[in-house]
Design a protein around this ligand. Structure first.
Ligand SMILES: NC(=O)c1ccc[n+]([C@@H]2O[C@H](COP(=O)([O-])OP(=O)(O)OC[C@H]3O[C@@H](n4cnc5c(N)ncnc54)[C@H](OP(=O)(O)O)[C@@H]3O)[C@@H](O)[C@H]2O)c1
Length: 461
């Protein structure tokens, strides 16, 4: 998509339009895209739900539930509510009639967005295909669904087989919203547009890499989903593995979608770990079992620590650490790259040793980069001190700072699937998660009250 281009004839059909994701992320992002003219003003959004609502009462409901600032007087013209039971195949015939009567359906960029639980995927895929709302291979029609992409490799394969019956891979967009975040996209720019990093990006320059996603909150109102999922499936299989694949991938032949995806898959295929308690352990926060919709004897992990290796020429000998969990000391998501110790020291330096360089890509809640270098302390002696170069990405934005969902929705309409995991990325990450699950199958998670307790157990060897 060219800068300034307006995408026209857009039709979004959101299944699960009375749910949390629609109110929290999709409606605000769609409003932004229309108001900043990335999407034309006549974009139609068909909000599908099972509640007895009209378009008018749906908008009233949305006004109460959406917290972002939206000009509802104009945005209401883009919205249509359609009531149906998603699980009833025959209802899709009437949905088609509704869309034909209310929207310019032919020649539109059509997106079917599944903001529902994954169990509804088979019915929706069958319904929209059987009643010709979506044709296999039609490049103007796309289906979008949210993580988790299955519960393990076997169920992910099942979903994928089913989707392949109705859609071509190029029509399928699997959302991992982390990939829409500005700083995740920045990983490739930092790596491949800076000679200083490109030349030392591997075991010749890097000592270790830590990929961290800490949350301070517990499960809040998502107990029933989380208790079935846990941190391994909820965070590691998707967000953290995706971060790793971008950090560790070989330089792609080009920045075309499949060249990037091929290199990401290469990383995921080469993940290895020696399964032992020093390299992997899980925790559960004290009080988790009393959360709403969590089983009282739940063994679901709310914390994971994992040390892995990427078994390729570039990374041999460099450990990668994953740390993720809920109810920890802070909300923070970042990638910490620790470079090797400096091999030179100078007798005139007063320090016995100087600290190694460190690069931190900050993803959440701040967006930015810090790079630690060594400089001379002001004064008459040669004292070396670590100095932080701090870049704030958000501070550089002029006007609206795009949310991840804005970027991803725009890419879907433009037909750019670079930021969406391809099936083989999902396949290899599930294969690895299944191995971890199988190793942990008889382990109880360690109960924790604070991150400090867990941090003491982590052996950064
Ligand atoms: N919420 C987030 O921030 C978030 C973030 C990342 C990924 N996701 C993923 O996004 C998906 C949706 O999450 P969510 O939090 O929005 O879930 P949710 O709040 O439970 O919403 C689910 C929606 O599906 C509708 N629905 C369920 N069965 C239906 C049926 N038979 N007919 C018609 N509508 C039906 C619900 O309608 P009712 O309102 O009538 O129940 C509701 O609108 C899940 O896969 C989740 O894992 C969510």
């Amino acid at each position: 998509m060219k800068k300034g281009e307006v995408m026209k004839n857009n039709l979004f059909v959101i299944f699960g339009a009375t749910g949390n994701l629609t109110y929290k992320k999709l409606l605000p992002a769609l409003f932004q895209l229309i108001s900043n003219k990335s999407f034309s003003g006549d974009t139609k959004i068909v909000c599908v739900g099972r509640k007895e609502l009209t378009t008018e009462t749906y908008v009233d409901d949305a006004i109460n539930k959406v917290t972002e600032k939206i000009d509802w007087d104009s945005f209401r013209d883009n919205l249509l509510y359609y009531r149906m039971d998603i699980e009833s195949i025959s209802d899709y015939d009437s949905l088609r009639n509704f869309i034909e009567n209310h929207c310019q359906f032919n020649n539109s960029n059509t997106v079917f967005y599944l903001a529902t639980s994954p169990e509804l995927l088979p019915t929706i895929a069958e319904g929209i295909s059987t009643f010709n709302l979506a044709k296999k291979g039609d490049p103007s029609v796309r289906i979008v669904f949210e993580k988790p992409f299955g519960e393990d490799l076997a169920s992910a394969k099942e979903y994928n087989q089913l989707l392949k019956q109705y859609f071509k891979e190029s029509q399928i967009y699997r959302i991992d919203h982390y990939l829409g975040k500005e700083m995740i996209q920045n990983i490739l720019v930092v790596r491949f547009s800076n000679k200083i990093f490109e030349d030392v990006w591997g075991s010749n320059g890097i000592k270790k890499i830590t990929i961290l996603a800490k949350e301070s909150e517990g499960v809040i109102d998502r107990g029933s989903y989380y208790d079935r999922s846990g941190a391994l499936r909820d965070m590691l299989q998707s967000h953290l593995m995706q971060m790793l694949s971008l950090v560790a991938m070989e330089p792609p032949e080009s920045f075309e979608t499949d060249d990037i995806r091929d290199k990401k898959v290469h990383v995921l295929r080469n993940l290895k770990t020696d399964f032992n308690p020093d390299n992997v352990f899980i925790g559960q926060y004290n009080g988790y079992r009393s959360e709403r919709n969590v089983l009282p004897d739940s063994k679901t992990e709310t914390f994971v620590y994992l040390k892995v290796a990427v078994d390729t020429e570039r990374w041999r000998g460099v450990p990668f650490y994953f740390i993720t969990g809920k109810h920890l000391d802070e909300k923070k998501s970042e990638i910490i790259v620790d470079f090797l110790e400096n091999s030179h020291s100078h007798k005139q330096w007063s320090n016995e040793s100087v600290p190694p360089n460190q690069l931190i890509i900050r993803i959440d809640p701040e967006d930015g980069i810090t790079f630690q270098i060594n400089t001379k302390y002001p004064g008459l002696t040669l004292d070396v001190r670590p100095t932080i170069l701090d870049y704030c990405h958000k501070c550089q934005a002029i006007g609206n700072f795009p949310e991840a969902y804005e970027k991803l929705l725009l890419d879907i309409i433009s037909g750019d699937s670079t930021l969406f995991p391809r099936w083989d990325e999902i396949e290899h990450s599930w294969r690895f998660i299944d191995q971890i699950k199988s190793y942990l199958k008889d382990s109880d998670p360690i109960e924790y009250n604070s991150f400090e307790e867990l941090d003491q157990m982590i052996k950064y060897k």
